[in-house]
Design a protein around this ligand. Structure first.
Ligand code: AMP
Length: 426
């Protein structure tokens, strides 16, 4: 199938051509006609599948005749709700690129910054708002937002919003939207709550599932190093030098950990920069720009800060710490091997992370090469035998834990500490 088979306006086709895309991806092939037909959809697709364009392109097609000339008064016609500001900015960039020959105007809203410029832009008028949930509701309450003319509501990365405790805010936004809206919900995974949410908020949605969540891209060569926790820094520097790695994103579990990895790499004269929730918005944008421009070689990121980063053709992803949620592994390594490119993932597994690794192997069923030939293996007392009693698993989605305590109905993946800490990360 070609984009020209999708009956799109020539302004859109031209912009798509400028992007250099030859053919629509699977999710685009399925979602674009459904959205153009006015159907609600639930898209189950992981990052890297082209899902942003799968909703941005048909929305622009529908808006084009409505928006008309640049002089026509603007109303909010489309609202895209997304969990992080990075994702919001990336989605805006997509709308702007595909809509560059149209008169659509986009605006990103997110918290943690002065609201005045956002309010000013709303007053000047926009067609498409891409927003994190909290700031949108704040501005709505202050009556800077009217949804009377809204037609499309996109709920992006619904599973992450559930994870981050935003789902009630999302439900509030849905309630504020006109009844006759078209709703598009995207989620990389389909936990039960998202299914329930989709069934309650969408009208006869078409389900489009392009990639089972348990799959990792076949273009990614995955490897695992079993390494003592205290040796991870040395192993990282060793691999970077040994394999002459020029650029990679390195995932760590904590903000503190991210800063520590940066310091240790810098000591080895390896340029690195951290990106996490404690960094100011401008520092994060700057870090990302420096990484994209190859002024700095390694981006050390926590999961939340990294979600939504679109770095084209990233060759290598390094899991310095393993994620405690196996799906997160798929999201992380999905940043490489995108759009038919070859990719590589390198993971470190400390003894304390053994159960996490077992879960990842079980979920992905992928061929992951174990590298034993390295200077920092698990020490003698360590036990790589998977039949050994597993370490105590403190994760709150641990099934045995959940069974023991069925009265606790929350399925949130957030830690108890983060649940107690109501303050949002941004
Ligand atoms: P997404 O899943 O929206 O995060 O997109 C992943 C990447 O695929 C982005 O870098 C897009 O620019 C790229 N992309 C989107 N659509 C296509 C397409 N039809 N052909 C090639 N690349 C695409």
């Amino acid at each position: 199938m070609q984009f020209s088979d999708l009956n799109l306006h020539r302004s859109l086709l031209e912009a798509i051509k400028d992007k250099g895309y030859t053919a629509p991806t699977l999710i685009q092939q399925q979602a674009i006609p459904e959205i153009l037909n006015g159907n609600d959809i639930v898209g189950c697709a992981q990052t890297g599948t082209g899902k942003t364009a799968a909703f941005a392109i048909p929305i622009l097609e529908i808006l084009h005749p409505i928006v008309g000339s640049a002089k026509k008064r603007k109303f909010i016609r489309t609202v895209v709700v997304t969990p992080t500001r990075e994702l919001a900015m990336q989605i805006q960039a997509n709308f702007d690129e595909y809509g560059k020959y149209m008169n659509t105007r986009t605006l990103v809203l997110y918290g943690g910054v002065n609201q005045n410029p956002q309010v000013q832009a709303l007053k000047e008028g926009v067609d498409i708002v891409i927003t994190t949930p909290g700031r949108f509701l704040d501005l709505y309450k202050q009556e800077f937002i009217s949804l009377d003319q809204m037609h499309h509501l996109v709920i992006d990365e619904a599973d992450l919003m559930l994870d981050m405790g935003f789902i009630n805010d999302v439900k509030k936004i849905v309630k504020l939207s006109p009844e006759n809206r078209q709703t598009l919900l995207f989620s990389a995974t389909m936990p039960f709550e998202i299914r329930v949410l989709a069934d309650s908020l969408l009208k006869n949605p078409k389900y489009i599932i392009v990639d089972p969540v348990s799959s990792t891209s076949k273009n990614i060569k995955q490897s695992i190093y079993f390494v003592e926790k205290e040796d991870k820094k040395k192993l990282l520097a060793h691999i970077i030098k040994e394999d002459a790695i020029e650029q990679a994103i390195v995932f760590v579990r904590t903000k503190h950990g991210a800063d520590n990895v940066v310091k240790s790499l810098e000591k080895q004269n390896i340029s690195a920069v951290a990106i996490h929730g404690d960094k100011s918005q401008s520092a994060r944008i700057k870090a990302l720009e420096r990484f994209k421009n190859k002024e700095v070689n390694f981006l050390i990121a926590t999961d939340i800060a990294a979600r939504g980063l679109d770095i084209e053709q990233l060759p290598i992803v390094i899991n310095y710490d393993l994620p405690n949620i196996p799906e997160t592994y798929i999201h992380r390594i999905g940043r490489t091997g995108r759009a038919e490119n070859e990719g590589r993932s390198i993971s470190f597994c400390g003894k304390d992370e053994k159960t996490y690794w077992q879960d990842i192997v079980k979920l992905t069923q992928a061929k992951i090469k174990e590298i034993t030939d390295h200077p920092f293996p698990w020490k003698e007392s360590s036990d790589t035998n998977t039949s050994a009693p597993p370490k105590k698993d403190f994760r709150n989605n641990n099934k045995s834990q959940a069974n023991k305590n069925k009265s606790k109905k929350s399925n949130s993946r957030k830690s108890d500490n983060s649940k107690k800490n109501k303050k949002r990360w941004y």
